[in-house]
Design a protein around this ligand. Sequence first.
Ligand SMILES: [Zn+2]
Ligand SMILES: [Zn+2]
Length: 150
Amino acid sequence: MPIRPENRRRYPADWPEISLNIRTGRSGGRCECLGECGRGTHDGRCPNRNGRPAYVTGSHVVLTVAHLDHTPENCDPANLRAMCQGCHLHYDRDHHRQTAAATRRAAMEEAGQQPLFLEPAVDCSPEWTPPLRHRPVVDVPGPDVWPGAA
Ligand SMILES: [Zn+2]
Ligand SMILES: [Zn+2]
């Protein structure tokens, strides 16, 4: 996974070394995913090895290092996994979606727009009734102004 430019400064200076250690040392050049990726295509540890054809697609495997908690600052070996592209992409996918949504929302707010309609907030089913604040205000006279009340 290429490091995104806005995240680059979050990595420690010795990240290349840490990463290399995990990819070639600890992992022995094999994807360390034990199913964390959630793609469910491998039982137990992923069989993909760096530089070999991937087991499903046959594409050239390049091991990368994933942060299990998606926090680049956290380079505790326990937080790191050597992962093939397939596992890493799948593992990060949900996280990317959330990050992208948050980025869009922040951009809208910065532009002075209400982020209200970014997500489908309105349920279009027939049972749907508008929230209270959207209902027309009906001016019903109270009992004290009814004819004959005084
Ligand atoms: Zn893998
Ligand atoms: Zn996997």
